[in-house]
Design a protein around this ligand. Sequence first.
Ligand SMILES: C[S@@+](CC[C@H](N)C(=O)[O-])C[C@H]1O[C@@H](n2cnc3c(N)ncnc32)[C@H](O)[C@@H]1O
Length: 108
Amino acid sequence: MLLSPQAERNWESLCSVLEDVLEDQSHRQLFALELGSGTGQHVIRFAQKMPFVTWQPSDIEEASRERNPEWGLPDIDVLRQHAYGNGLRLERMVEMEDYYKCLIFRKL
Ligand SMILES: C[S@@+](CC[C@H](N)C(=O)[O-])C[C@H]1O[C@@H](n2cnc3c(N)ncnc32)[C@H](O)[C@@H]1O
């Protein structure tokens, strides 16, 4: 099993962002897609803390981008365009520790 010390360090701050976004929504059945799920450590914590959400993990291995830079997501603007083309709007971008960002998209 893969374990990332970094994912272990920042899952609580990510959960805080998500709990804030999903405040007062626990009466609804929600669906969330996590991009860049990596080890899966985060999505497991999210599911434990927010069981009213059905979590769908997904990932494009970073190593595959070394083989073909066309794979994966080149930057936030492209991600935003892809999302918009698929009925999602970038609702919030939260700066996290270690220069990471948490991007929240919502269905239009
Ligand atoms: C820091 S990890 C996120 C941690 C993850 N949520 C976890 O629980 O382990 C970043 C993940 O995003 C993926 N990733 C990195 N760059 C990417 C890109 N340009 N496009 C798509 N996925 C990417 C990597 O494969 C990696 O698994």
